[in-house]
Design a binder for this molecule. Structure first.
Ligand SMILES: Nc1ncnc2c1ncn2[C@@H]1O[C@H](COP(=O)(O)OP(=O)(O)OP(=O)(O)O)[C@@H](O)[C@H]1O
Ligand SMILES: [Mg+2]
Length: 562
């Protein structure tokens, strides 16, 4: 039997065609009412199955046209529609002379049965259809069409919204991934530069120590009015600047020795305010907004102060006329959402240190370079470009994160996240005014240092201060020398890293042999033993290379008198 299906949707047509051909029917397909009428006129059909909403001529109009044509008025007409809104649709279709009204896709299984029924003329068609009145037809037709369109529009809107949401979500995921990749790339770059800078700085530092040491010795040998004394002072001043530079590089590459202790970030910032103010001009206001609750962190107080100094100095330089710098501390939590939107962080509780300024801001194209060592926009001689590199390295050493928000002309905000220490900070020690230093002495001191030049300088210097000095060339040698002379040695100076046995290990052996012995560690390099454990034993102290001999002498005297 010949069946004419009318549907504007290709998939629907295909499905119906397959279904009907499967049942042995011959199938004609039309995409709308106009095509259907043409086909009907040229080929005829024993049954029409039509959708409602279609371009040019819809299902209602087609049904009406078929019923009004004497040749086809008896051809069974089945409406098969996806836009069923109310019984009114069904009633209207039936009143136009349709035989059945089926709803897609739920009623597809009824289709076969329905076809059989309409062909057997079992259905009761409304006849003659009452809509002789054109006006009434169009009124009802409009009403139904209008409702259908409304529903279509609503469906479309819902689909559009869903698409938009999916698109937004995808864009967001892509942005998050790009952010993570960028952060990783940046981290790898910093790691590579850090390795390089750290290696150079380490060697450089040892050479500087020798320069400073020999100069100090030479100065000690000179008469006060020696004309060359001035040159030595110049050398020492330059060496001092060079030493600041190597310290910055070591800090950046996380190779600077650290002395970790539990401190309250609030207290560390507040007590440093007086010093920070000295960095500023009169027309720059410094404001502190300190959190009320304690913010315990495990940190090197000196390094935290270096961070503040660098950030404040940068803020000052970015403020042209007058302006304001705000330092704020608060508690912050990094959660999964934060990690997704920022591209960094390990979920945990943090102490947040924020430094913002009303300065010139940082142009977007240089924002990714500001932490690079030697990157500076300052004129020759004004900036080394190591300030933020050092800040970066210090923050990393403290297992923290640093983030910067800035736009040209809009000021700058640096945010530093430091992990909250699990146990509360110990009470800040009261600083007692140090008595004027009494430099020399006659005690016996053991010095262990593997670098010959450095050791010679130290031995010569301390001998000049009156001490008896015993030398050792490595950790094992130090323990041996100490064992031989344990009754005499009051104080031991150990290089942090030495062949055969580290300074820390040697100190443990020495303190086991002579429990009261004072120990000074000297290191220019972060040794894990120092950074992790800190120097907590009584009678032990820690000095950072390069160190001037007068400073060393003062420290020795202080310790011996303790
Ligand atoms: N608060 C800020 N406002 C505007 N620009 C800044 C700020 N902080 C840093 N910068 C930019 O980042 C660059 C690098 O800063 P960094 O502290 O590393 O080096 P520097 O200040 O130039 O030199 P140094 O710190 O050694 O004196 C600066 O030259 C400046 O362009
Ligand atoms: Mg700087």
């Amino acid at each position: 039997m010949k069946v004419l299906i009318v549907d504007d949707n290709e998939q629907n047509r295909y499905m119906l065609e397959t279904l009907l051909r499967g049942e042995g029917h011959e199938v004609l397909s039309a995409r709308d009412g106009v095509e259907a009428l043409d086909l009907l006129k040229s080929s005829g059909a024993a049954l029409i199955i039509s959708d409602i909403l279609m371009p040019r001529m819809d299902g209602f109009q087609l049904c009406r046209a078929v019923r009004n044509d004497a040749r086809f008025k008896d051809v069974p007409f089945v409406i098969y529609t996806a836009t069923y809104i109310s019984d009114k649709d069904r009633d209207f279709a039936l009143s136009l002379g349709a035989d059945r009204f089926l709803v897609k896709p739920d009623e597809i299984e009824l289709l076969g049965q329905t076809i059989k029924e309409v062909l057997a003329k079992k259905t009761s068609r409304v006849e003659p259809h009452p809509l002789g009145d054109e006006m009434e037809f169009f009124r009802q037709y409009n009403e139904i069409l209008f409702r259908k369109l409304e529903k279509k529009v609503a469906d479309l809107e819902a689909a559009r919204q869903e698409l938009q949401e999916q698109l937004l979500e995808r864009n967001q995921r892509e942005a998050e991934r790009a952010l993570l990749e960028e952060q990783l790339r940046q981290a790898q770059k910093m790691e590579a530069i850090g390795q390089l800078a750290g290696g150079v700085a380490h060697d450089f530092n040892n050479m500087l120590s020798a320069i400073v040491g020999y100069c100090t010795l030479a100065a000690l040998n000179m008469k006060p009015d020696d004309p060359s004394r001035h040159y030595l002072e110049q050398i020492l001043a330059s060496a001092d600047r060079a030493s600041t530079l190597t310290q910055s590089l070591l800090a950046f590459s996380r190779k600077q020795a650290v002395n970790l202790e539990r401190i309250d970030l609030n207290e560390a910032v507040s007590s440093f305010e007086k010093f920070l103010i000295r960095l500023l001009r009169e027309n720059i206001e410094l404001r502190l907004a300190i959190a009320e609750a304690e913010l315990p962190v495990t940190a090197d107080r000196g390094q935290i102060e270096q961070v503040l100094m660098n950030l404040i100095a940068n803020a000052r330089d970015a403020i042209r006329e007058d302006g304001r710098i705000i330092i704020e501390t608060s508690a912050a939590e990094i959660d999964d959402q934060f990690v997704r939107t920022h591209g960094f962080g390990q979920p945990d509780r943090y102490a947040l240190l924020t430094v913002s300024d009303t300065g010139s801001g940082i142009p977007e194209d240089i924002l990714s370079k500001i932490f690079d060592p030697f990157f500076t926009t300052k004129e020759e001689g004004k900036g080394t470009g190591l300030g933020l590199s050092m800040v970066f390295g210090i923050v990393k050493t403290h297992r923290g994160y640093i983030d910067v928000y800035s736009r040209k002309g809009m000021g700058t905000t640096f945010k530093i996240y430091l992990p909250i220490a699990q146990t509360p900070a110990k009470q800040a020690e009261k600083k007692v005014a140090e008595p004027p230093p009494l430099l020399g002495g006659t005690e016996t001191i053991l010095i262990a240092e593997d670098d010959d030049a450095l050791r010679n300088v130290e031995v010569a210097a301390l001998s000049r201060y009156g001490y008896t000095v015993i030398e050792a060339v490595d950790g094992v040698d130090a323990v041996a020398r100490f064992t031989e002379n344990r009754d005499r040695i009051r104080l031991v100076i150990l290089d942090g890293i030495m062949p055969k046995m580290s300074g820390k290990e040697a100190s443990e052996k020495i303190r086991a042999l002579g429990p009261g012995t004072k120990v000074i560690f000297i290191s220019g390099y972060a040794d894990d033993t120092f950074s992790r454990a800190g120097i907590s034993h009584k009678g032990e102290t820690f000095l950072r290379k390069p160190i001037s001999t007068s400073m060393l002498a003062r420290k020795i005297r202080n310790m011996l008198d303790e």
